[in-house]
Design a protein around this ligand. Sequence first.
Ligand SMILES: [Mg+2]
Length: 398
Amino acid sequence: MVAAEVEVRDEGGLAACGAMQVPESERPERANTTLDQRGVVEPARQRKIIHIDMDAFYASVEQRDDPALRGKPVAVGGSGERGVVAAASYEARRFGVRSAMPSVTAKRKCSELIFVKPRFDVYRAVSQQIRAIFAAYTPVVEPLSLDEAYLDVTENLKAMSSATEIAEQIRARIRSETELTASAGVSYNKFLAKMASDERKPDGLFVITPRMGPAFVENLPVGRFHGIGPATRAKMERLGIRNGSDLKAQTLLFLRQQFGKAGLYYYTAARGIDERPVCAGRIRKSIGAETTFNTDIFAFDEAWVVLGPLIAKVWAYCEESSIRGRTVTLKAKYADFQQVTRSRTGEAVIATQAAIEAIVYALLESFFPVSKGIRLLGVTLSSLSAETGGEHQLRLPI
Ligand SMILES: [Mg+2]
């Protein structure tokens, strides 16, 4: 099994928010230019994007509020049989404990690991505090989760010309107002800003300038690319693609043949190009998590074990955002890439993780026995509404 990635789909999705724009020709050096009315090629406006990411967020909040946890390996999440680590302190990470890891595995890696129950109301309150800080600089903020957001500061409310300076101010304010640290990445697009925020973690800042961008990506191992999970990485490695430079050497046609629609993203990302705008106020349509297996699955029990962490991730997102749903969808992709989905929609919103588990269990039963191996399983929750309200869709930011 490989790590799952939670995916949040938005209303209008890529279209509304600006899909990855492809260079029309295979001449990416032209992609960032526009033709003006006189037919003169002008460089496109250079954007200034910041990615802010709180350091080990849930775990840091717990260590802040309980001095007994400071300096100790802490995992936020359930310690039970089916528990999953939602966040790990840096002390725990030194033992190899990671978020999304089954708690049983985490305990094996670190026997002194202290499990703490998540307090989502507190995390949401801190998230409100940091969003208020962002709002002082720009209205163009796209939250990715409670502790992470993109900011477009090309035009900003302080009329500051340096995005780096803005990022430093934001980090300083977060520290003084929440007693927590954040890392920042500054660059000219979302992809590179996100990569940059990882470079000096924790409590760091890193800038990728337009001059640095292409070389930075060339040296990046493919596993570190945002959007390349362990299964894709393994496939790329089989094809001899180990870093950005190897990826850049492939044609768009080849990448499309090998990776379908994602091929285009890899093609442009390998060139440090990402035209997606920062989108404020998204509408969430669904919350999903899926995982691709290194070896195909044939047995019901095996599939059920794999679904536990996926359901936990979806539920954690519900808790984080105070969003609930009425429809559960189970998706399976077979070894021959045939895809099957089954859903169940209730009258009322699903109130507990156990209720989602029961529905997924019943849906999974309907898939078995299988005549061919399953290579991917996914769980999605839709027909979303705010936890308390009766609205069927919720306007974000959460
Ligand atoms: Mg974080």
